[in-house]
Each structure stands twice: as structure tokens, then as C-alpha cells.
Design a protein around this ligand. Sequence first.
Ligand code: CUA
Length: 222
Amino acid sequence: MSTWANLGLQDSASPLMEQLIFFHDHALLILVMITVLVGYLMFMLFFNSYINRFLLHGQLIEMIWTILPAIILLFIALPSLRLLYLLDEINEPSMTLKSIGHQWYWSYEYSDFNNIEFDSYMIPTNELSTDGFRLLDVDNRVILPMNSQIRILVTAADVIHSWTIPALGVKVDGTPGRLNQTNFFINRPGLFYGQCSEICGANHSFMPIVIESVPVNYFIKW
Ligand code: CUA
């Protein structure tokens, strides 16, 4: 989870999030190079004196600074497309979790695992234990097996919500009347926190998501 003064991305807990971080760093590197170059050129412009009477056109430089940005954009667009299709791939999930957004809590259904159904409410600050995380902990966590491909179906009962777990690289809108699908693979045990990220009403900030990732044999006994 994110803690104090962490302005970057959280440590990944899934292969897809790892790829997203690689792409973020790649795009940021290109962004920094362009910013430095343009910043340098703009700075040097202050010291320019217009003394060349014969400078009317420069076909070569125009060609270069038209084609070069297009090539640079390709270096961002192609890895971006690769990632887009990677995120959309469904790799034979071993179980399905359904999460339904409500104002303002999530409810979950394990339709192919003992037909478990429950609601997951945020723990209010006055009921929080000393080791709990304020505005982030819930009364009923989502328990999921690690090292297995999980499909998640997201929908909503009233308004649009968004089921978002930064460490897993998952962000899916829950829309009334629709069923959205994504999948992920958790590669380590632990607690992964998330929040609704679609402005869904007065208590939008108070419908967090907690995933408890456990080894598969623990999960089967649950
Ligand atoms: Cu649900 Cu914001």
C-alpha cells in the first residue's frame, strides 16, 4: 500500500502492474529528454541576436523537426498498444469474483466458489483498532488465492463506481446495467488496498477495497 511521502507508484503485486511500471518509466524518460532539450533551446533563445540577413528558410531543419517527433511518438505508441492488448487478455481464469458497487460500499459474489456473498463496508474512524488504516480498512476483506489467474466482473447497482487496486494494476468501472470484465494474477501474499475512483456521490471517498492474498491451500480451506 501507499504510505507517507510516497509520490510514485506502489510496488507491484502482479505481472501486469510490473509491465505498467516499466511503460511509465519508459514514457517518463522520453518526457524528461524532450523537456530538457526544449528547455535548453528556449533558454538559449534569450541570448540570440538576429544578425543573419540571409536566413530566410531552412528546409533541412524543418524536415528533421517534423519527422523526428513522429518517430519519438512511435516509440511510445507501440509499447502502449502492446500493454493495452496485454491488459485485455483473459488467460484461462481459475476462479471468478464478482464485485458490485453500491452507494457507498462494495458487495462481492464468489459464484463458482461455495456461492459466497457478502458486503464490504469501510470501518469508521471511531471503530478502528490501533493497527487499522483510517479510511482504508473494511469489515469484510476480499480473500483471493495468490499465484492463480483471477477473473473479476464489475458492475454497479445505482451509479457508476470504479473498482481500483493500484498494486494490481486493476481499474474497472462498475456501470449499472453493464458487466465489465478484467483479470489479474497476484504474485505475492499480502493486503492490497484500493478505493473507488469514480465520483459516485457524497461518500465516494469511503468505499475502499481490501484484498487479502493468501496461498491457494489456505484459500480452499476458507
Ligand atoms: Cu463509488 Cu466513488
